[in-house]
Design a protein around this ligand. Sequence first.
Ligand code: NAD
Length: 516
Amino acid sequence: MTTTTSAPANAASGTQGEPSLVPHYVDGALLTSATGRAGNVFNPALGAVVARVPLASVEETDAAVAAAKAALPAWRDTSLVKRAGVMFRFRELLDARRSELAAIITREHGKVTDDALGEVARGLEVVDFACGIPHLLKGEFSENVSTGIDAWSVRQSVGVVAGITPFNFPAMVPLWMVPIAIACGNTFVLKPSEKAPSSAVFLAELLQEAGLPKGVLNVLHGDAVAVNRLLEHPDVAAISSVGSTPVAQHIYETGTRHGKRVQALGGAKNHMVVLPDADVEWAADAAVGAAYGSAGQRCMAISAIVAVGDVADPLRAAIEQRLAKLRVGNGAEAGSEMGPVITADARDRIVGLIEEGARDGAALTVDGRALKVPGCDKGFFVGPTLFDNVTPEMSVYREEIFGPVLVILRVDSYDEALALVNGNQYANGTAIFTNDGAVARKFQNEVEVGMVGINVPIPVPMAFFSFGGWKQSLFGDTHVHGMEGVRFFTRMKAVTGRWPDPSRRHGVNLGFPTNG
Ligand code: NAD
């Protein structure tokens, strides 16, 4: 079995036998001693503590915000070309060290190496996008909006911004926010998930190596104490957060009540509608990849199949066939296709929901509860699980399970399928599988969901588009990365100007200016 070190690349280690402490990174320095509360970081495949994570106090949170505030004036005034230069160097460093970051992700999250490398690749694409910041921040200019008067608009940074990120993409989700925010001239306090904290420190160290001045990005570990302080801190101008729906709602409501600009992405229940004309083998491949990849711990995971008409039986059989061959194991070991879930609590919650589904009368056709992974006796594993004949009132359908559990709902028509998708409280992603272009077009037009795939099961937009759901999957107005990210992390200023011209003096005029 592969073993890896438990500390981020350059972080201080604990004394022999003790798990090391994942340091905060504040004002360009790694803070390696815990002054207060701390939590355990697990390797979920082994069920073993691999590090300790400090949980910031209010005072420590204030210190991180103060560092970001102090760095703001100089960074905001740094030329666009220099800011882009940092991004280009960061891009090269991250590209060169993908494997190291992927190993950290696998160690603390559990996802298999290929999946972790995919996460890094998708994050890197946002850095690529941020390298274009001089072009992206260009304002508009209109000459002669009135005689001798010009008007133009500029986008300026909003100030100190904070990011609050979930465990399931410990590198990609911070990379959705940080490159664009700092390229736009903001300074940043990142509060990563305390369950998988080391990737954020790794990224901060690479940015420092790329020339980012101290204080521009600060990584502060913690839990609700740190988050709640950031939400009310008078020096934090904007919050970008990703997490479960109750937390997203709390962050949105509290942050906006304190006058901040907030985007808060929440949970999901993503439906894959399969029409009778779909290619069943293709749909089954897609469903299995999208439902069980990362052990179902993706906000864009397919967790509900809506099988229309007589496609249900062959589709279920094709999925079962694939599940029988799926290799579950330690994500760090070659050949593993699916790893564990994040914690023992998560495993127990998922197992509890599987029990409820069976009790509610759904057909449990593949049961992953008893799975044992050789060499990983203490790991937090749940095997791939499949329910058929699920109905909308069952908790396995209503709840975001966030584990390797796929449910099949059977309906008779496209209209019924659409009503089911649109009736769900979550609206992050959805997909339709069909060979009928007209129905696919109708679906993408009628479905009330933020991201839609047509024969694409996980329609995560590329970095130059923007990512976000609707309804309970996103609180706020803007999606993340792409131009929506640039808009979120900047404020628009409109300027109207003229230069004195004696031939155009009209004397005092108390009327509201009119154009002419
Ligand atoms: P979570 O909501 O438990 O935690 C997210 C962040 O909020 C963490 O940094 C955590 O420390 C903090 N937090 C937790 N409880 C808090 C509280 N009471 N007050 C203030 N802050 C709190 O989410 P998670 O378990 O880390 O991640 C999984 C969830 O994230 C799933 O629901 C998943 O769908 C969602 N997610 C959504 C997207 C998306 O784009 N919509 C992307 C990834 C994950």
